[in-house]
Design a binder for this molecule. Sequence first.
Ligand code: G16
Length: 542
Amino acid sequence: MQIKTRATRPIDGQKPGTSGLRKTTEVFSQSDFLQNYVQSMFNVVEPAGKTYVIGGDGRYFNDVAIAKMLRMAAANGVKKVIVGRGGLLSTPAASHLIRKYETDGGFILSASHNPGGPKGDFGLKYNIPNGGPAPEAITNAIYEQTKTLTEYHIAQDDAPSITEEGRFALGDMEIEVIDPVADYAALMETLIDFDAIRDLISRGFTLRFDAMHAITGPYAVEILERRLGAPHGSVVNRRPSPDFGGGHPDPNPVWAKDLVDHLMDPDGPDFGAASDGDGDRNMIMGRGIYVTPSDSLAVIAANAHLAPGYAGGIAGIARSMPTSGAADRVAAKLGVEAHQTPTGWKFFGTLLDAGRATICGEESAGTGSNHVREKDGLWAVLMWLNIIAARKQSVQEIMDDHWAEYGRTYYSRHDYEAVDSDVANTLMDDLRDRLETLPGKSFAGLTVTHAQDFDYTDPVDGSRATAQGIILNFEGGARAVLRLSGTGTQGATIRLYLENHEDPAGNLAQDPQKALERVARAADQIAELEKRTGRDAPDVIT
Ligand code: G16
């Protein structure tokens, strides 16, 4: 095999965000953009003689990028690559393979819930040997490499086809092409009570899983239909397509509206769920009810012992700071640790590795456990089905019982998308400067009790992350959080997270937007969201 060393120059804007590097496909496919980033990652991980997993969510450019990465991996001395057939792997499945085959890490190609296609987005991240996204010490080192890179190495030969399973070679590097689903499905069988779910379905329980034309289609068909017996057609939009059927593969009530319509129909299925582009996010619904991700985390944690994989109990619950406090109440009752981390699944890794958290979750539709080191959409769906089967209750009944026991934390997120970056940064900077002046002042009839910028010190390795979002606490317990998204590719997205807890004796049946109206107005008055962005309402409310 002939290796070519090509001269290159640093390319601006290769700083990884909340979860790896995400850019428009147009930017990612520009000359040398991918190669520069891959070589920068290789320069940090020193891949000679090592084994990696490579796979992606099948979006446009996935195949081209993987072929190039295989040639670069061979040229950089990689010993072996395990790759999903067709270059496909869901993010949680990739995490599992890294752990199961004890590889030196993996490379996941995805822009998650962002649209795909030539006009959509693309992304790439490195996961460490524990299966989780690289921590900031590594992503920062990669970014430093991108700023000084002068050359990259690539094999002259073409990469072999990866459309069939088997063992292939590229120079001295072995390429093992495997079934993307089999290992993951086997793992789920060890954690979840498949017999109980099979029995539930055989007695007429109906479900609709919307794969949103994305990667979970083949996983859901295998597990929900073939192994658990859901009738053919229970999984819809099941075939992954490079542009996700022209849609936005983000499982929330806005982008999965078709699923919401089915579940809000009095004759609709008993259970509904959706997953995102790369299979790590989830949305849970029952007939007539949408479960917020924050509530879903709390319910899964409270009932985890009903699933075989967690029968011995859980060690702790971790949530990202903007996620509601509903899970903390469960942790308190169970007498287990509760952790609050910055946004980004990578921050859960140390807690999971140290056995200080078993269940983790985020308001952004991510839930997972210590079975992998990524959030896992299908796992959350299976946990819910397991809980429904064990409790012999509907989703609505489970939520009613949960709220009656713990109270209800009303929750919503308001997104202002594609805001001019300068406007968004100035808004946050000005707010940060005024934090000390806010306590004691009233806005929309709510008095601020506490205002802070969230800083985090990892309790396991002591690493620090600063300026992770502004928290505004109000008298009576309401909370608003503001932060800028780290996953968008157009301008800035300002996220406003709102919550208000109602005790079990309070009104548990309010419309969440009504219950949060006052705190939303207070946050807007404080941060001048509408005035500064020139919008009279958020672009997306979930
Ligand atoms: C990623 C991260 C999550 C984060 C989400 C949203 O998820 O892994 O931890 O909550 O982005 O982040 P942001 O608010 O910065 O946009 P995914 O599913 O996009 O990989």
